[in-house]
Design a protein around this ligand. Structure first.
Ligand code: EPU
Length: 428
């Protein structure tokens, strides 16, 4: 079992460069299926979920060349099947973007049910509703989702019953080459939704309104090739901002879009950190004790659920009592791990009450999922003594070279590889 060993109590300082956004990269990799010519994707994060998506694209028959560690050239013209067969599709969430992309290209798609972090039930009813509205007949059998649009795909009005990132992006992928106009109402406004729309528009799509709650897509017949750079990762940036505050540090987070970080900045300022925004940088300085605050996760531009575990770890040693509400996912299980480090947190359904303690103490803990794992790393950096975080493969699904980046900021952390652990899938 691979783990991170952290000697806590070191103040982080210096600069850290943020990688491309995982949750933008996954749909954009799938979207290349829709192009009629090669596409170059730049600023891809070198994380294992992206490695799985690229592997699935290759299994479909696309030719993928690595120009460097973060840049691929995809030739989708050689794709000759509408079926994703590889079992690794079940290990990540983003594999379901191949449904929309293959449906848009072939009028049919067969894809395994997706996996991803375990937050209890993760319904896909809004995806299926959108496929059906656009002309697809959906069925599920033996863990496979099959969608066939025998009469072709036609634009439609689709109202999302919940704000969902995944269903908004899958609808865009399906509708981009459908005949006529598709209107998505109550659409997700996350930066990665905008990035997918921008990528497709660069290929010649006609998508307007991404970033608002109404997206209008006029179907086009062809999509050309293009070069496109993925936006910076909002959650990776936010995680380093919280890590800086947790260690009383002074960290400049580089290659970010500061507006994407507004909700995180606001909460850190409320807690007493000082934040300076540059054009594509955010500096976090924190040289006194942190104050309590309340946090409620919301769809963008609200506070992201993917930052909830990290901010809860920070509040666990802030002065006073904080209340965290997360109605998006059932993702408070990691609180038991924080308790091992001395945190005083009680959870009632979708609410956690955090009584700030003076300091956390190092312990052996587990990364229960990607963001919960990041929270344990933050707790370990701030704690006294030694923290061992196990199951780090979850963290490496979405954080590129996290150990190296933290060491660059002065953290005392190393990765200890167990001799019998399976090698991580590498990009390139
Ligand atoms: N929902 C439905 N029906 C659906 C789809 C979603 O009821 O058909 C509900 C969900 O149960 C949830 C809410 O809508 O309560 C939001 O779900 P959403 O569809 O937005 O989530 P997702 O697309 O499955 C993506 C990210 C998650 C992130 C959420 C919310 C990817 C691959 N995953 O998931 O990221 O938490 O949006 O922002 O983009 C992570 O990166 O660690 C991660 C979990």
């Amino acid at each position: 079992m691979d783990k991170y060993v952290i000697h806590g109590g070191h103040r982080l300082s210096g600069e850290v460069i943020i990688s491309g956004a995982k949750n933008a990269a996954l749909p954009i990799i799938a979207a290349t299926v829709l192009a009629d010519a090669p596409c170059r994707i730049e600023n891809l994060p070198d994380v294992s979920d992206v490695g799985v998506m690229i592997h699935l694209l290759q299994q479909l028959g696309a030719s993928v060349q690595f120009l460097d560690r973060h840049t691929i050239e995809v030739d989708p013209r050689t794709i000759d099947t509408d079926t994703v067969r590889d079992k690794s599709a079940q290990t990540i969430r983003g594999s379901y973007y191949f449904i929309g992309a293959l449906l848009g290209r072939f009028g049919s798609a067969v894809v395994p049910l997706p996996g991803g972090c375990n937050f209890g039930v993760r319904p896909i009813d809004q995806h299926l509703k959108a496929f059906a509205a656009l002309g697809g007949q959906c069925s599920m059998d033996e863990g496979l989702i099959t969608v066939k649009a025998e009469q072709g795909l036609y634009g439609a009005n689709i109202y999302m019953d919940v704000v969902t990132v995944g269903a908004t992006m899958n609808t865009i992928l399906t509708a981009v080459k459908a005949r006529g106009l598709t209107v998505i109402e109550n659409a997700a406004r996350e930066p990665h939704v905008v990035d997918l729309a921008n990528f497709l528009n660069t290929l010649g799509a006609d998508i307007r309104g991404a970033g608002t709650d109404t997206i209008r897509i006029h179907g086009v017949q062809r999509l050309r090739g293009a070069a496109y750079a993925i936006i910076p990762d909002q959650i990776e940036a936010g995680t380093y901002m919280v890590a800086a505050a947790a260690t009383g540090g002074d960290v400049t987070v580089k290659n970010v879009t500061p507006q994407h970080l507004d909700s995180i900045t606001a909460k850190l300022e409320e807690m007493g950190a000082v934040i300076e925004e540059g054009d594509d940088t955010v500096r976090v300085v924190c040289n006194h004790a942190l104050r309590r605050c309340n946090v409620r996760t919301m769809p963008h531009p609200g506070f992201p659920t993917d930052m909830q575990p990290q901010i809860t770890a920070l509040l666990s040693f802030a002065h006073g009592t904080s209340i965290i509400n997360d109605g998006i996912w059932d993702r408070f299980k990691y609180v038991d791990e924080l308790r091992r480090m001395g945190a005083q947190i009680t959870v009632n359904r979708d609410m956690a009450v955090v009584e700030g303690v003076d300091n956390l103490k190092g312990a052996e803990v587990r990364a229960l999922d990607l963001r919960a794992g990041a929270a344990m790393v933050i707790a370990g950096l701030a704690a006294t003594g030694v923290t061992q975080v196990e199951d780090v493969q979850y963290i490496e699904r979405g954080f590129e070279r996290i150990v190296e980046k933290l060491v660059g900021l002065g953290a005392d952390i190393y990765r200890s590889q167990s001799p019998d652990s399976a090698p991580l899938r590498k990009m390139g």
